[in-house]
Design a protein around this ligand. Structure first.
Ligand code: NI
Length: 174
């Protein structure tokens, strides 16, 4: 298990569409363990493989609060098969867009299909934070970021800020 570096906006890889996983084998489980370590270390409640530079359709979530034991969920090739008309609004953040939070409106409830850690097909009905987090992470697999769901004005502003920060870091490195 290892903590891997997280890609930060405006890294072009974050816009890549991830490829389906053909088989959930030990290599995939090893990758998922690294993702969990990286997510817990950050700390964050969700991570998609592309955020550590691996373009495969894998998501891990852990919505447990700080004082609760970890509750890791694994989603391989997750797919939303139904979403409610009803919407809900959550303030979202993203480990690839650190220290930026904005309200995002999404379907309040979804049904998703995926493979679990053992490669078994599963279906889940999600609402509340789980529904939001899962939609946020599945977006990552399609190269979509939560800032794509906010106003263009706000999005342009945050992208500009992160481009500037990346340039500063680049020049500090010399
Ligand atoms: Ni994210």
């Amino acid at each position: 298990m290892a903590i891997r570096p997280i890609l930060i906006l405006p890294d072009a890889k974050l816009r890549q569409v991830s490829e389906p996983v053909k088989a959930v084998d030990d290599d995939v489980r090893k990758l998922m363990d690294d993702m969990v370590d990286t997510m817990h270390d950050a700390p964050g409640i969700g991570l998609a493989a592309i955020q550590i530079g691996v373009p495969r359709r894998i998501v891990v979530l852990d919505l447990a609060k700080k004082d609760e034991p970890p509750e890791v969920r694994y989603f391989v090739n997750p797919e939303i098969v139904w979403s409610s008309e009803e919407k809900s609004v959550y303030e979202e953040g993203c480990l690839s867009i650190p220290e930026y939070y904005e309200e995002v409106e999404r379907p309040a409830r979804i049904r998703a299909r995926f493979l679990d850690r053992e490669g078994q097909p599963q279906e889940i009905d999600a609402e509340g934070l789980l529904a939001t987090a899962l939609q946020h992470e599945i977006d990552h697999l399609n190269g979509v970021l939560f800032i794509d769901h906010i106003s263009r004005l706000k999005r342009d502003r945050v992208i500009k800020k992160f481009i500037k920060q990346a340039k500063q870091k680049e020049s500090e490195r010399g």
